[in-house]
Design a protein around this ligand. Structure first.
Ligand SMILES: [Cu+2]
Length: 160
């Protein structure tokens, strides 16, 4: 238990967050492009999108997500059935395989904050805690934007 606590402290001391790329890191996991779409006034839910990269040698698993602005943050998967978009709650977590990046994005796997206590405006941030089976808890912030944030450098490098 003590070891676990120390591990969490070390995780937080290594924690970094960039306002530009919304990047956070814990152990072998890197979170990028954490954002939420600007919601209309009175929206019953807020969407949460991000990518989780696992550079570790073994798989991890996103078990749960929480936020101070919602008592019920769910993981959803989307599918189109008979031309109708539907989504369902994922209750057994999401595997983050070793060496892979799992994307949470509109119309696909995503996070959903139910009954939000506030609806932050464009440029504001929504705190979120991701709980992983092995890496433990990781704090990130969703930047509220109208469209997905660009990933700086990574793709542009190829065009120069
Ligand atoms: Cu949803």
């Amino acid at each position: 238990m003590i070891d676990r606590f120390v591990a969490v402290l070390l995780t937080f001391s290594a924690f970094s967050l960039s306002a530009v790329t919304q990047e956070a890191r814990a152990a072998d996991l890197t979170i990028k492009r954490a954002w939420s779409r600007v919601a209309p006034l009175g929206a019953p839910v807020l969407g949460g999108y991000l990518s989780i990269k696992n550079d570790g040698g073994e798989a991890d698993r996103l078990l749960a997500v929480s936020s101070p602005i919602s008592d019920n943050v769910q993981i959803h998967s989307s599918a189109v059935k008979d031309g109708v978009a539907t989504m369902r709650q994922v209750t057994d977590g999401v595997a983050i395989p070793s060496g892979e990046t799992v994307e949470f994005e509109p119309g696909e796997l995503h996070l959903m904050l139910l009954n939000p206590k506030s609806r932050p405006g464009e440029g504001e941030k929504i705190p979120l805690t991701l709980v992983f089976e092995k890496a433990g808890p990781l704090d990130v912030e969703l930047v509220v934007a109208r469209s997905p944030p660009e990933v700086a450098n990574e793709h542009q490098d190829h065009m120069q």
